[in-house]
Design a protein around this ligand. Structure first.
Ligand code: HPA
Ligand code: ZN
Length: 351
C-alpha cells in the first residue's frame, strides 16, 4: 500500500508548508531580480534609472494584466550586463530558495532579452551555470536551466537563439515559451520545438495563463509539451481536464502571479482546488517573485489561507512537484522520503 500522509491541524499548516521539502518548476530568473539588486547593478554600470529609489520602483509594481508586467520586467532586466550580474542573480535566488526548503529548482531564463541588448550568450550561460554549481556545492540545492523563447518574437529569431545557445547545450535541460501570450499561440513555434525535441531537450510551454484552453491543446499536441506552465484556464474545458488528468501532465501554477496579473478576481476564486480535485498534477511556484510579492512559501501560504486547502493538499502539491520535475527517479525517491518524514514530524509534534 502507498504511504498516506497523517492529517495535520490547520493551525500547524503554515509551519508544515514552510518546512516541507519541495521543488520549484516555474521561476523566471529575471523575475527574481529584486529592486535592491536593480539599483545596485545600475550603480555598478552607471545606468540611470527612471525611479528615485527602491520604494518608488516597488510602487510601480501594480499590474492590470500580463503585458503591463512584462513591460516593467524587461525594463528591469536592462541592468543585467555581464557574467557577474547573472551569477549574482542566480546565486541570490538559490540562497533564498534554500531557506524555503526547496531542494531542486528548474529555472527559466530568457536569453533574447539579453542578446538583443548586446549581452553575449556566453555571459548569460556562464553566470547562471556558475550560480547553479555553487548552489549545489555550497547550499545543497540542485538546479537546472530551461531556455525560454519569447513568443512575441518570430520563430526565425527563436531558431537563431537556439543556434547561439548550442555551444552550451549541456548547460540547459530543456526549452520553454514565455512572454505575451494572447495573439502568439504555441503553433507559431511548431518547427523550432520539433528541432529541440530532436536535440533531446525537454519541452515545456506557458499556456492558458491569459490565453484560451485552445493554446493548452496546441502546447500538448503540436509542441509536445511535457508540462504546462500556468494552465489555469484548463478548467473551462472538460475534455482538456480529462486529458491532463489521465496523462498526468503537470501544471506549474503560480497563485500570487495570477492574483497580481488579475487572472482571477481574487485568490479565493483561484482554480487550484478544482485542479487538484480533478486529479491533475498541479504544483505551486513563484513565477516572478520579485514582482509578484513572494517566493514559493508565500505562494503556498497565500493560496492555502484564501482557499482553505488542507494538509492532504499540501502533501499532494509537494509530491507533485517532485513527480513533475525532470530529475532522475532515485533523487525523486529520496525527496519523497524526506517529504514523508516532514509530515510525520509535524504529526508527532501535534499529538
Ligand atoms: N507569463 C509569460 N511570460 C513571462 C511570465 C509569465 O508569467 N513571467 C516572465 N515571463
Ligand atoms: Zn512564467
Amino acid at each position: 500500500m502507498s504511504w498516506a500522509p497523517p492529517p495535520i491541524a490547520a493551525a500547524r499548516l503554515p509551519a508544515l508548508l514552510a518546512a516541507a521539502p519541495k521543488a520549484e518548476l516555474h521561476i523566471h530568473i529575471e523575475g527574481s531580480l529584486e529592486p535592491e539588486m536593480i539599483f545596485a547593478l545600475a550603480a555598478r554600470h552607471g545606468i540611470a534609472l527612471p525611479y528615485a529609489d527602491v520604494q518608488a520602483l516597488r510602487r510601480a509594481y501594480a499590474f492590470g494584466n500580463l503585458q503591463q508586467f512584462l513591460d516593467l520586467y524587461y525594463q528591469g532586466a536592462d541592468v543585467l550586463r555581464d557574467e557577474e550580474d547573472f551569477y549574482q542573480l542566480g546565486r541570490a535566488y538559490l540562497a533564498r530558495a534554500a531557506t524555503e526548503n526547496i531542494v531542486h529548482a528548474e529555472i527559466f531564463f530568457d536569453p533574447q532579452t539579453h542578446t538583443a541588448r548586446g549581452v553575449p550568450m556566453g555571459a548569460v550561460m556562464r553566470g547562471l551555470r556558475r550560480a547553479s554549481d555553487d548552489g549545489r556545492r555550497e547550499l545543497g540545492i540542485g538546479s537546472a536551466l530551461i531556455l525560454c523563447f519569447l513568443r512575441h518574437l518570430s520563430e526565425r529569431e527563436a531558431f537563431e537563439t537556439l543556434e547561439a545557445a548550442l555551444p552550451w547545450r549541456d548547460d540547459f535541460i530543456g526549452v520553454g515559451l514565455d512572454s505575451s501570450e494572447l495573439g502568439h499561440p504555441p503553433e507559431k513555434f511548431a518547427r523550432v520545438f520539433a528541432r529541440c525535441r530532436e536535440l533531446g531537450l525537454h519541452v515545456v510551454a506557458h499556456a492558458g495563463e491569459e490565453g484560451p484552453p485552445e493554446y493548452i491543446w496546441q502546447a500538448l499536441d503540436i509542441l509536445k509539451a511535457e508540462r504546462i506552465d500556468h494552465g489555469v484556464q484548463a478548467v473551462h474545458d472538460a475534455a482538456l481536464m480529462r486529458r491532463l488528468a489521465q496523462r498526468r501532465i503537470p501544471l506549474t501554477v503560480c497563485p500570487l502571479s495570477n492574483q497580481k496579473l488579475q487572472v482571477f478576481p481574487d485568490l479565493a476564486h483561484h482554480s487550484l482546488p478544482q485542479l487538484l480535485a480533478a486529479g491533475l498534477c498541479a504544483t505551486v511556484n513563484s513565477d516572478d517573485p520579485a514582482y509578484f510579492g513572494g517566493y514559493v512559501n508565500a505562494n503556498f501560504q497565500a493560496v492555502f489561507a484564501a482557499t482553505g486547502l488542507d494538509s492532504a493538499a499540501a502533501y499532494q502539491l509537494a509530491a507533485n512537484s517532485f513527480e513533475a520535475s525532470f530529475a532522475d527517479a532515485a533523487l525523486k525517491r529520496r525527496w519523497m522520503d524526506r517529504l514523508q518524514a516532514a509530515f510525520e514530524r509535524a504529526h508527532d509534534a501535534g499529538s
